[in-house]
Structures are given as C-alpha cells and as structure tokens.
Design a protein around this ligand. Structure first.
Ligand SMILES: NC(=O)c1ccc[n+]([C@@H]2O[C@H](COP(=O)([O-])OP(=O)(O)OC[C@H]3O[C@@H](n4cnc5c(N)ncnc54)[C@H](O)[C@@H]3O)[C@@H](O)[C@H]2O)c1
Length: 314
C-alpha cells in the first residue's frame, strides 16, 4: 500500500483529496492544525485508512509525532486560502507558506518522497495577460493586503524549486484557480459561498467593484482529479501546472447563473473593490492537457447544483 502525507487535509480541497487517495488504496497521514479546517470533513475513516494528526506544520514533526516508516508522496496544501482568513491570519499565512513549506520539504527529503506543492493563481497577481500560462511571472504588489498570501506562495515556490535543484526532490508545483464545491465554509468570504448563501437567504448578492472582473471556477472533483494525475504520473519533476477551469466569467455573469440555479430573482448590491483585487483570472491549461491528459469535466451549472445541495443541508 502506498502512503501519502497531506498537509491541510482537514480543509476544503484537502479533505476531498484524502477521500480520493483512500479510495485509490493509499494510507494517508493528514497533518492539520485546524486553523480553517475541521476533522468533520473526514468522518468515518478507520486508523488503517488515515492517521489524523492535529499539528502545526510550522513545527517540524519528530518521529514520535509522525510515526511513519515510509511516505511515497507529500501534498502540501496547508494554508488559509480565502481573503477573509488570510487577512485574519496574515502572519500565520506567511509562516505556513515559508517555514511550513520547508518542514514539508524536509519530510520529503527524509522519506525520499515525491512532493506536490499546492500553489495558487494568485502568484500571477493582477495579470497583464490572459489567459495566464505557467511561464508568466505575474504582476504582484509585494507588500499590499494580499501579499501575505501571494508572496507567501511565491516564496514557497522558490523554496521548493531550490530543494528540487539542490537535493533532487521530485517536485511538482500546482497553481489552483478558484476551486469550489461542498465543504467550503459559508462565511469564508469567497465569491461562491457568498453568492450561494445569499441566494439561499433571498438576500442581494454582494458584488465588489463593477462586477466586470473575471474569474474561472473549477469544481472540486475536477481539481482533485488534476492533483491525483500529478501524484501518480512519473517524469514530471520540476514541472509547474495550472489546474483550473478555463471557462472565464465576469462576476456579474456568475451572479446571474447562481440566481438561476438557486431559483431566485437576481438582486445585487455593489460594494467598493478591495485593494489589489485581480481584474481577471483565467488559466491556460494547455500544459496540463498535454502532460496529464487532464481537463475539467463538470460544467458550472452542474457544480453549482451540487454546491447548493450541500449548503441547503449544512
Ligand atoms: N480553494 C481554492 O480555490 C484555492 C485556489 C488556489 C489555491 N488554493 C490552495 O489550496 C490549498 C487548500 O485550500 P482550501 O481552499 O482547501 O483552504 P482551506 O482553508 O479549506 O484548507 C487549508 C487547510 O490548511 C490547514 N492549515 C492552515 N495552516 C496550517 C498549519 N500551519 N499547519 C497545519 N495545517 C494548517 C487549515 O486548518 C485547513 O484545514 C491552500 O494551500 C490554498 O492556498 C486553493
């Protein structure tokens, strides 16, 4: 049986990835300090399937803390991801993406494991080209309100690449673009849970700025399949992949779709655009298609139906 370590595995994307890995026969050690995640996202697993370790990855876990003889792959997802959380946890976000990333890389060295770094489209900042290919260096405010996240992730990429160059770590960097689906927190401030919650409560949908900024939304099962392909494929060391859905929408257009799927009349309330909010976001996924044979399958409408169903129950 193969063993995976997933940091941040009690969070939204991480818990879906843990489900997938266990389904594929992996034993998974999940390291999470529950800053924004919860073990409720991973109910019903036995100790022969997953090890739940409540631990802050900015502290290196000793052998007593993490009693594993082997690990084949480490997927480092630990980090607040929504602007509401990473502003509240700004220093923690910088630390987990720097010190935490180095500790995860040290584990990869110790176990000679493959290392998958969960990075973000935010490394492109407010991009001046669209769609964004992996070769684009970005347009980022290095000390603005989003910098704890954007620059934290950029530092994490640089650090992981140096571990790859210096120690030969089998590294793959993934840049995720707006992933959504069940297990997102309704109050985490990201546009999908915001709109879905507001539609369910028959409230106006809050649009920041003029609503003409664009985003591309990838349903979580598609995102997890992309990560899984990167985990299992050989000969990808040092490669970077955008994993997201290239179907680009303006926020106003997205609000219309949410209202339609939620069965409510569209009402919007406009608020000022937060500092450094990107004007556009769209992945170029040519490389993921070519190297991984991966592209998203779930339409926005289909994904929203499932997301509404989850938010209605929770
Ligand atoms: N969801 C998206 O749209 C998206 C987009 C781009 C990148 N990402 C990246 O994917 C990863 C997962 O995002 P998510 O949406 O699932 O967020 P999330 O907040 O639901 O999950 C993050 C998890 O990391 C844990 N964590 C935070 N700091 C930690 C620490 N110091 N030690 C151990 N665990 C810690 C949290 O408790 C949480 O369970 C993050 O690295 C995020 O930056 C997500």
């Amino acid at each position: 049986m193969k063993t995976a370590i997933v940091t941040g595995g009690a969070g939204f994307m991480g818990s879906h990835l843990v489900d997938k890995l266990v389904n594929q026969g992996f034993f998974v050690a999940v390291i999470d300090n529950l800053a924004t995640g919860t073990w409720d996202n991973l109910p019903g697993y036995g100790p022969d399937q997953i090890l739940k370790l409540t631990w802050d990855i900015t502290e290196y876990p000793s052998e007593e803390i993490l009693p594993l003889n082997q690990a084949d792959v480490i997927i480092h997802l630990a980090s607040a991801a929504s602007p509401v959380h990473y502003r509240r946890l700004a220093l923690e976000t910088l630390r987990v993406n720097s010190i935490g990333t180095e500790n995860a890389l040290r584990l990869a060295r110790k176990f000679q494991a493959r290392f998958v770094l969960g990075s973000t489209s935010e490394v492109y900042g407010d991009p001046q080209i669209s769609p964004q290919p992996e070769s684009y260096w970005g347009h980022v405010n290095p000390n603005g309100e989003r910098a704890c996240y954007d620059e934290g992730k950029r530092f994490g990429e640089a650090l992981a690449m140096e571990y790859h160059r210096k120690f030969g770590i089998d590294l793959r960097i993934l840049r995720f673009f707006n992933c959504y689906g069940p297990r997102m927190q309704s109050e985490d401030g990201r546009v999908v849970p915001n709109f879905v919650r507001q539609a369910l409560q028959q409230e106006p949908l809050t649009v920041y700025g003029n609503g003409l900024q664009t985003r591309s939304f990838c349903y979580v099962s598609d995102e997890v399949e992309g990560i899984y392909q990167v985990i299992i494929k050989d000969n990808l060391s040092g490669e970077i992949f955008n994993i997201g859905n290239p179907e680009e929408r303006t926020i106003l257009d997205f609000a219309k779709v949410v209202a339609e799927i939620g069965g409510v009349t569209l009402k919007t309330e406009f608020r000022p655009l937060p500092a450094d909010d990107p004007t556009n976001r769209c992945p170029n996924i040519t490389k993921a298609k070519e190297f991984l044979g991966w592209s998203p399958k779930v339409s926005l409408e289909e994904g929203l139906v499932k997301t509404f169903a989850y938010f209605r129950q929770s």
